[in-house]
Each structure stands twice: as structure tokens, then as C-alpha cells.
Write a protein that binds this ligand. Structure first.
Ligand code: BES
Ligand code: ZN
Length: 459
């Protein structure tokens, strides 16, 4: 049995080296959406696997998919002890626009207690929190108190398209008593937060075509459909004057918030001004009848993520574009189903496409929403562990983002998926100048230590 004080003082002693290890991993540009970076995503997986092997895991593997590999490792120390499955991802978002970065995205720099660089918080830092906690038990305390399995995906940022296949193929490896994911943010600085709800997602590429080629807008304009105009109209019609989505059937499966849920959300010390300021927004906007947190955490959305058509160069060009396209995604809430939503979106566009235009709706990926069973005893355990590390009461929050693994593993194992995140809401994930609060990194490792220790006493 490891002496917890020794484990924790190991975490203190190795604090700087743990940061250096994160820097090394973050130097590998594992951008999953970029064809040119395919080799780097693999290198990132191999780097992690080597680190885990150095920690004496009893099994490890690179799990191949049709695109980017995942990493798997396990430390099976005692069959009479509970098993914890840890999930994270080693792929990162693209870095554009590069000129906005104050230091190079893949040369992480420490400034003012923060580590700046792509992947520091989303999600390499949060994966290493667990790796470091494992190391602290093994090297500082002598042994792990529980069995640990770890799966670290390489396609999370592009929708986890091969995750279901991967989990099916390796289902025996993924059985566990508890599941923890560290890929979310805390409610605010120093406030330990367990995330108990995530939105799902359905992502589409929409193309409207009307002509076989670009045409002179003087000769044809006003006499044929302009796909850019048509797409703009279609998009404008997707929300009504109250900010509600107009797609037939879209809300059919949306659960109504209970008064209790609304009260819990309203009780959180949300600083709306600071939240707006963090992205330079000047006013809130959204569906009528809901508070900002309710909108972002508990209501479905439909957003255009990209829009393109016609002449994009400098100066004018009088042309009717042959086609127009949009990237469109819906964030989903319980009990919406991404495939059902995909059918509704397709039907909507086909129904409203004007004569002379064809519309193609391509469903790119989807993930289910998640709502945790917070009455499960693991929530009290996690609260205790988190609070011990941060010295502050732990709050329950939800998040508006998506992690497809979460609902899949919860359904598969029948166990709740604990979302113990150590990010900060203003850490610029997916944006230029991503950073990780190094105090959170350090206390995150201690939270994981306390968590493993608490879990070890459940059997
Ligand atoms: N770390 C995020 C998930 C997240 C986002 C949690 C915001 C809490 C708040 C994750 O890496 C992510 O960005 N996921 C994608 C998933 C999508 C591509 C299926 C997302 O939410 O856009
Ligand atoms: Zn992430």
C-alpha cells in the first residue's frame, strides 16, 4: 500500500520535470485534420506509448484505425482491486491564424505560470496529469493502489469517426469499474468542477448547386438561380425571430429542464461580462427564454462553421458562382440522436431548396449528448478527491462541447463517465494562444492521486 504523503511529495519534487515532459510531447504537431501531419499524429502516439512503457505498464499497444492511431496501456496490479479506465486524446486542433500567436504553437513557452502552446490544455496536459499521477504512485509510493487502463485517441478533434469500430474491436480491453475523462474545463479559477453534462454534435457539409460553371453576372444574373443567394436564404430561414431552430421535429426529443436543474445552474457564480469579454463579444444572443448558461449547456444549437462561394480574391469580379457551400453543425442535448437529426436536416434542405437549385447534405460525423447519473456514489468520491487537492468545494457544471467517447463508453460499460477536467474556460482551446495553468496541472496531478486512492477503497 503506497503511502499517500510520499506520493504527494513526489508530485511536488517532480513539478518542473512534469512540465518539461509536457513541453516535449506538445512539440509534436499532431494535427488530426491535416493530411500533411499524418506522420506527426503517429509520432505523438508512439511518443506517448514509450512514456507509458517506461512506467512499466503490463500491456501496451498502438491501436490502429482507418486513419489515426490510438494508444492503449494497462497496469493490472491486483485482480481484487477496482479497475479505472482513463480516456484522453493526443490529437490537436490546427493552429491558424498563425500570426495571432505570441509564441510558436509547437514550441511551448512558460510565461506567468502558464504554458503556452497547442495541445497544452486540450488535451495533452490533461492526459499527462494522469500519466504523472501513475508515475508518482509507482516511483514515489512504490505501487499503484488500483488497476489502470488508459486509452488515448488520435481523432477526437475531427469527430472520432473510427472510435465506435475501435471500441467494438477492443471491447474486452475497455471493461472497467470506473471511467474518467479529463478533457473539460473548471468553472473558474481555483474552482474544482465535475462536468455532469456534455452536448452531442451532428456535423454537415452543405452544397447548393445551380450552374455547371461560373457565369457572367451581367448576362445571366437575375435570370437563373444564384446558389450563393439561395444558400444565404436557406441559412437565414434556419432560425425564427425567437432564436429557435425551424427544422421540423428538431426539438421533439429535447428534454425540458426541470425547475431543480434551472435552480442549480442559476446558483453558480457565473460572470457573464467576463465570459463575453473572453472572446470580445459585446452582447449575449440566443434562444429566447433561457439564461446564457442554460443556452450553452442545455439547449441544442445550429451554427454555420464555415461559408464559401464565388470570387474570394481582391477587388471585384462580376460572376455568378456555380455553387455555394457551408459547414454546419448542431450541438445536441438529451435525448436527441445525431443520426435522427441528420435525417431532419437533410429533409429540411431538400424541402426548402428553391427550384433550379440542387442541395447536397453530407453528414460528416456525430456524437451523442451525455448527462451523468450524479446520484452514483463515484460522484461523492470524485468530489472528495478534487476538493482535497484544490482546498475548495467542488461544483457540478455542464459544458457545451462534445466528447463522443463519453456517451459511448457509458452505454457500453453501464458505468458513469466521470468528467474531471482541469482546464480553464479562458485557455483559448482551439484558438490561437492556447495555454495551460500550471498550478491546475500540478493540482490536477494531486487530484488524480487522491482519486485513485479513494477508488482503491471501494472494493
Ligand atoms: N476538449 C474538447 C471538449 C470540450 C469543449 C469540453 C468545450 C468542454 C468545453 C474536445 O477536444 C473538443 O473540442 N471536442 C470537439 C468534438 C467534436 C469535433 C466531435 C468539439 O466539441 O467540438
Ligand atoms: Zn479536447
Amino acid at each position: 500500500m503506497a503511502d499517500l504523503d510520499q506520493v504527494l511529495s513526489y508530485v511536488d519534487r517532480e513539478r518542473q520535470r512534469f512540465v518539461a515532459d509536457l513541453v516535449t510531447w506538445c512539440r509534436i504537431p499532431s494535427i488530426s485534420s491535416s493530411e500533411q501531419h499524418r506522420g506527426e499524429v503517429r509520432r505523438s502516439a508512439e511518443h506517448l506509448r514509450e512514456r507509458l512503457m517506461a512506467l512499466g505498464c503490463t500491456t501496451s499497444a498502438i491501436l490502429e484505425t482507418k486513419l489515426h492511431p490510438a494508444v492503449y496501456a494497462e497496469w493490472m496490479v491486483d485482480p481484487s482491486k477496482p479497475t479505472l479506465l482513463i480516456y484522453g486524446h493526443h490529437d490537436v486542433q490546427p493552429i491558424d491564424p498563425l500570426p495571432e500567436w505570441h509564441s510558436p504553437p509547437f514550441e511551448p513557452e512558460e510565461r506567468e505560470g502558464r504554458l503556452w502552446g497547442r495541445g497544452t490544455v486540450d488535451d495533452k496536459g490533461q492526459v499527462l496529469i494522469h500519466v504523472n499521477a501513475i508515475e508518482a504512485f509507482l516511483r514515489g509510493g512504490g505501487a499503484l493502489p488500483i488497476n489502470i487502463k488508459m486509452i488515448v485517441e488520435g481523432e477526437e478533434e475531427i469527430g472520432s469517426a473510427h472510435l465506435d469500430d475501435l471500441m467494438q474491436e477492443h471491447r474486452d480491453r475497455l471493461s472497467a469499474d470506473f471511467v474518467v475523462v479529463s478533457d473539460t474545463a473548471m468553472f473558474g479559477r481555483g474552482i474544482p468542477s465535475l462536468c455532469v453534462g456534455l452536448r452531442g454534435i451532428a456535423y454537415f457539409d452543405i452544397t447548393v448547386r445551380a450552374l455547371t460553371m461560373d457565369a457572367h453576372s451581367g448576362s445571366f444574373g437575375g435570370g437563373v438561380q444564384n446558389p450563393a443567394n439561395a444558400l444565404a436564404r436557406l441559412i437565414a430561414g434556419l432560425h425564427d425571430e425567437n432564436g429557435a431552430i425551424t427544422i421540423a421535429g428538431f426539438y421533439d426529443r429535447v428534454r425540458t429542464l426541470t425547475e431543480g436543474e434551472r435552480k442549480e445552474i442559476a446558483a453558480l457564480p457565473f460572470d457573464e461580462k467576463a465570459w463575453l469579454a473572453s472572446v470580445g463579444a459585446t452582447a449575449v444572443a440566443g434562444e429566447k427564454g433561457y439564461s446564457t448558461l442554460e443556452r450553452v449547456w442545455t439547449r441544442p444549437t445550429l451554427d454555420i462553421n464555415g461559408l464559401s462561394s464565388g470570387f474570394q480574391g481582391k477587388g471585384p469580379k462580376t460572376v455568378l458562382p456555380a455553387f455555394a457551400s457551408a459547414k454546419l453543425s448542431c450541438r445536441l442535448v438529451p435525448d436527441q440522436d445525431p443520426r435522427e437529426i441528420a435525417k431532419l436536416v437533410e429533409a429540411h434542405f431538400q424541402k426548402h431548396a428553391p427550384a433550379g437549385c440542387s442541395v447536397e447534405v453530407d453528414y460528416l460525423h456525430g456524437g451523442h449528448p451525455y448527462l451523468a447519473p450524479t446520484d452514483h456514489p463515484v460522484y461523492e468520491i470524485a468530489k472528495r478527491a478534487f476538493t482535497r487537492a484544490f482546498g475548495q468545494p467542488t461544483v457540478f457544471i455542464r459544458e457545451g462541447g462534445s466528447i463522443p467517447f463519453v456517451r459511448t463508453i457509458a452505454d457500453r460499460t453501464g458505468k458513469p463517465c466521470l468528467l474531471m477536467g482541469f482546464g480553464q474556460p479562458d485557455e483559448n482551446a482551439h484558438a490561437p494562444n492556447e495555454w495551460l495553468d500550471l498550478e491546475n496541472y500540478h493540482l490536477g496531478i494531486k487530484s488524480a492521486v487522491y482519486l485513485y486512492d479513494e477508488l482503491s477503497r471501494t472494493k
